[in-house]
Design a protein around this ligand. Structure first.
Ligand code: MF3
Ligand code: CO
Length: 249
């Protein structure tokens, strides 16, 4: 069931989302050559707990950490480790969230470590902008397919591809609520968007083909063709005046 949130619920969600955004920004600023993904995870967890919130990924279906940190050809769900050092030239996708007073925030961004290749830079720029295209298409009275279409068109017109096997989602008292929010689709199709709906829009974009595979660790998702991948995500609320981003500082 899709739950429309009241103003009271939205004000709590805003706080959960603000904490999530601050944690993401903190981690992004800490990305530098030599730091491990485990250290980045620790920064995120300490910050979220210091705000009286809890890292909502931790123990979610057995996930062992606060953040998912996925490097280069890793798409999503990379497990942080004190053994994994980030190198200059890497692109680092960080996905994390916080639960505060019963409500969830969820956001992601891809950060450059030092100077990255022109292709990597373009992939990051296109993925980020595709998220904003999706947000702009998330209008009250519109449909879920409008969002996916906007993301997909923006991405594919620029020669990249959107991942099909993982999608965005409703969010609220659960991290994953209905509806699914695919990053591909047909305008006018799917459920209707209504004021008070809170959704996480999260394009995952591959420089090569859209296919992905899961590593033997059961979590880390890789591009099948070894190409680079980027990921940006915001939690937003649908209003009569369009979708408003909740995951901001
Ligand atoms: N929050 C991620 C998403 O964007 C899901 C992470 S799965 C977890 O939907 F197990 F790591 F939490
Ligand atoms: Co999400």
């Amino acid at each position: 069931m899709i739950v429309l949130k009241t103003e009271r619920e939205l004000s709590i969600m805003r706080e959960a989302c603000r904490i999530s955004a601050q944690a993401l920004n903190l981690v992004g600023n800490a990305v530098e050559p030599g730091i491990t993904t485990g250290e980045l995870d620790e920064i995120a967890e300490k910050f979220i707990r210091s705000k009286g919130a809890v890292p909502n990924f931790k123990n979610y279906e057995g996930y062992p950490a606060t953040a998912c940190i996925s490097i280069n050809n890793e798409v999503i769900h990379g497990i942080p480790s004190k053994k994994r050092k980030i190198c200059a030239g890497d692109i680092v996708s960080v996905d994390l969230g916080a639960k505060f007073e019963g409500y969830h925030g969820d956001n992601a961004a891809t950060f450059a470590c030092g100077d990255v290749s022109p292709e990597a830079k373009r992939l990051m720029d296109v993925t980020k902008q595709s998220l904003y295209e999706g947000i702009a298409a998330a209008r009250s009275g519109g449909r879920i397919g409008d969002i996916g279409y906007a993301v997909q068109k923006y991405v594919e017109d620029r020669g990249f591809s959107v991942v099909r096997d993982f999608v965005g989602h409703g969010i609220g008292t659960e991290m994953h609520e209905p509806p699914e929010v695919p990053n591909f689709g047909t305008p006018g199709r799917g459920i209707r968007l209504l004021p008070g709906m809170t959704i996480a829009i999260e394009p995952m974009v591959n420089a090569g083909k859209h296919g992905v595979s899961v590593q033997p660790d059961g979590w880390t998702v890789l591009t099948r063709d070894g190409s680079l991948s980027a990921h940006f995500e915001h939690t937003v609320v649908i209003t009569r005046e369009g979708a408003k981003i909740l995951t901001q500082e």
